[in-house]
Design a protein around this ligand. Structure first.
Ligand SMILES: [Zn+2]
Length: 167
């Protein structure tokens, strides 16, 4: 597994689809998803006053989600204290939900700042949280760059919603 695969995240085809699905023009897929009324359709797992958790539509592994500020802000140093509090709260909730839903052997929590660092959506800050297992660089990924997901995004959303703490 290389780093690019691990953090590939949101891809242009998904962005195009999300924007196409909306009636109005948008410039940011995260803002577009956060604007949707249907949390299941947008795969929103949690929403606080200043941050939200959304499933990654192109996950490295089932359970790969992101925490982001509600405000469209790209630079980490522009995150205000209230947003920082909710971002950390969301990341902690995500860890709890992943442990409850998947009992992973490890969890990655990470941020890519700038496209050179692998950020797929550099304009809207987000924290990746994803479950890991020993040896999860599987055969298909190693030889063909193909990832086999054991479940649909809808199923992942349901499992993580059930495991999400009430905080
Ligand atoms: Zn945005």
């Amino acid at each position: 597994m290389n780093f690019e695969q691990l953090w590939a995240g949101w891809r242009s085809s998904y962005i195009a689809n999300a924007i196409h699905a909306l009636d109005h023009e948008v410039e940011c897929v995260f803002c577009a998803l956060l604007d949707l009324d249907d949390e299941r359709e947008a795969h929103v797992l949690w929403r606080a006053d200043h941050a939200a958790a959304i499933l990654n539509a192109y996950p490295y592994t089932s359970g790969h989600l992101m925490i982001m500020p509600l405000r469209h802000v790209g630079e980490m140093e522009e995150i205000n204290p209230e947003e920082g509090f909710d971002l950390m709260r969301g990341a902690t909730n995500a860890v709890r939900a992943l442990k409850a839903a998947y009992a992973p052997e490890g969890i990655n929590v990470g941020v890519n700042i700038g496209s050179a660092a692998g950020a797929g959506i550099p304009g809207h800050f987000h924290i990746h949280v994803l479950p890991r297992w020993r040896g999860d660089t599987n055969f298909m990924t190693s030889i063909a760059g193909i990832r086999v997901m054991p479940e649909s995004l809808d199923e992942t959303w349901k499992r993580l919603k059930e495991g999400w703490p009430d905080t």
